[in-house]
Each structure stands twice: as structure tokens, then as C-alpha cells.
Design a protein around this ligand. Structure first.
Ligand SMILES: NC(=O)c1ccc[n+]([C@@H]2O[C@H](COP(=O)([O-])OP(=O)(O)OC[C@H]3O[C@@H](n4cnc5c(N)ncnc54)[C@H](OP(=O)(O)O)[C@@H]3O)[C@@H](O)[C@H]2O)c1
Length: 267
């Protein structure tokens, strides 16, 4: 990779694990100055130590479910290096439960963490991006942000909402030199299913077969860096032809995919 990321300040949420962790390593190697966020400081410290340039990494603890704190967190992030060039909205939780059994607090919690926190941090950073006439929002959605399958109602709803919000934002701020990339990963091998919310709002606590067979997160990070550099609008991230095909079928013949959806129960 050339020097595209060199000295760019990048704030990554969900950097204590999985895709965010591997993005931190790839961006540090590419010369980015990093702000890494998540709730678990011990895990963020571990990631920082493993980065190629730990001296260029600052840590900012944050809970995406704590809506009242997010304006202050954005201000603190801006103070870390004086500006932010790339905001990677990546922290999140998933779900494994049927609509009929899912409590409203689970539905609300997933929207809070996976959708409203992204909106809040974006609103807080936007004046800064507009004043600089630069900035790039990178948003980790999912294939579930384009299609809906059983046991993912809240998660798919939050990810679909991200597409609506960030497509509108892209159209509003393109003239200000601000870019928006909405990543649509398929299955990526991370710990996400361990913390999936079930019908009772606690973690599923077990790995999922599909995730275990997914693209390793370091390879996902490489694909993501390429997509950021290209300024892609909505790149697929993953390894499965079936996921790519599902996204295309959804575009060209959504009725066909809706008929297939009952069979797409996550393993
Ligand atoms: N893995 C996949 O197959 C897949 C597919 C499509 C999309 N995605 C998306 O990729 C993103 C990253 O997930 P991952 O697969 O890398 O899972 P992961 O390894 O479980 O990482 C999730 C990250 O989100 C953070 N997080 C969770 N709840 C948070 C909260 N309330 N406040 C702050 N940070 C929080 C976690 O940090 P702390 O626990 O330290 O707070 C962790 O760093 C998510 O948005 C997910 O929806 C994943």
C-alpha cells in the first residue's frame, strides 16, 4: 500500500477485538495515527502494544450504549491529535433470536449500539469535517444491512438503518469533500457471535459455524483498507460467492431472495 494512510488520523470504534483490532494493525503498519475505542481498556492496551507504531496510538474508552456521553467522547477524540481524518464506525453487537421471543429491551439495545451511537458520533464530528472540507466516514454495516434472514430482526434493522442514514449524509456532504463508505461484510471470523444478544439480552456465549468458517479478520482488514483508499460507496467484504450473489439477487430480483430467506437460518 502506498502512503495514502500515512499520518492520517483514524478513529476506530470496536477496536478491542475482531475486525476493528485487525484494522488497527493494518492502519498502524500503513502509518496512520490511531485513536482506538471500546469498553475494555485492557484489550485496547493489548491491541495498542501489538501495533507497529504504538507511540502513534491513543486509547479512548467509550460505551456506545451510553448516549449521553457520546458528544464528550467525540470532543475528546478530536483533542487526541487535533483533528480526525477517518472515522471508522465499527463497534457493535449482533443477535440470535426470533422476533416472537425477543424482548423490546433487546430490540432497543441493538438499535442504540449499532445505529444511534453511529448517528450521534457522526453529528458530533460533522462540523469539524465540514470546516476542514475533508473527512471520511467508514461504516461497518453487514450483508444483513441489505437483506433479512431469520433471527436477526434487530440487527438487520439497525444495519439497514445505517444505509438509509449514511446514503443521505453522503448526498448532503459530497460537495464539502466528505466521503462515506458503507462496508457490507459477510461472515468474518471474529468473536461476534459469543456476545450475540438472545431473547433475554445476554450473550449467546458460543461460536457460530458460519462465523468460524468466515474470512479471517486480518484479510477482511486488507480488503477494507483498499475500499477506503478507493472511496468505494458500498463494498462487499468477505470470501463467499454465495454472499456476493445474494447481494446481486437482492438488487435485481428482491422477490426471489425473499422466497429463499426462510432457508437462510444462521448456523
Ligand atoms: N464478524 C462478522 O461476521 C460480521 C459480519 C458483518 C458485520 N460485522 C460487523 O463488524 C463490526 C465488528 O464486529 P466483529 O465481528 O469484529 O465482532 P467483535 O470481535 O465482537 O468486536 C466487536 C467490537 O465492538 C465493541 N463493542 C461492542 N459493544 C460495544 C459498546 N456498547 N460500546 C463500545 N464498543 C462496543 C467491542 O468492544 P468492547 O467489548 O471492548 O466494548 C469490540 O471491539 C460490527 O459492527 C459487526 O456488526 C461483523
Amino acid at each position: 500500500m502506498d502512503n495514502y494512510f500515512n499520518n492520517k488520523v483514524t478513529w476506530i470504534t470496536g477496536a478491542s477485538s475482531g475486525i476493528g483490532e485487525e484494522l488497527a494493525y493494518a492502519l498502524s503498519t500503513a502509518g496512520s495515527q490511531l485513536i482506538l475505542s471500546g469498553r475494555r481498556m485492557d484489550e485496547l492496551e493489548r491491541v495498542k502494544r501489538a501495533c507497529s507504531h504504538p507511540e502513534q496510538v491513543q486509547l479512548l474508552q467509550l460505551d456506545l450504549a451510553d448516549a449521553a456521553s457520546l458528544d464528550d467522547k467525540a470532543a475528546a477524540a478530536l483533542n487526541c491529535f487535533g483533528h480526525i481524518g477517518i472515522m471508522v464506525h465499527n463497534g457493535g453487537i449482533t443477535q440470535r433470536s426470533l422476533v416472537v421471543e425477543t424482548a423490546m429491551d433487546v430490540q432497543r439495545r441493538i438499535m442504540e449500539v449499532d445505529y444511534f451511537s453511529y448517528v450521534a458520533l457522526t453529528r458530533a464530528l460533522l462540523p469539524h469535517f465540514i470546516a476542514r472540507k475533508a473527512g471520511h466516514f467508514v461504516v461497518t454495516s453487514s450483508v444483513m444491512g441489505k437483506i433479512g434472514t431469520p433471527m436477526r430482526s434487530a440487527y438487520a434493522a439497525a444495519k439497514h438503518a445505517l444505509h438509509g442514514f449514511f446514503d443521505c449524509l453522503r448526498a448532503e456532504v459530497a460537495a464539502d469533500g466528505i466521503k462515506v463508505t458503507i462496508l457490507t461484510p459477510g461472515y468474518i471470523r471474529t468473536n461476534i457471535s459469543l456476545y450475540a444478544l438472545t431473547n433475554k439480552a445476554y450473550g449467546l456465549g458460543k461460536p457460530s459455524e458460519n462465523i468460524e468458517n468466515g474470512l479471517p479478520a486480518d484479510r477482511a482488514a486488507k480488503q477494507i483498507l483498499k475500499a477506503i483508499k478507493r472511496g468505494s460507496f458500498e463494498p462487499y467484504i468477505g470470501r463467499f460467492a454465495a454472499e456476493r450473489i445474494a447481494l446481486w439477487v437482492n438488487r435485481l430480483a428482491p422477490g426471489l431472495l425473499i422466497r429463499m430467506a426462510p432457508k437462510l437460518v444462521p448456523k
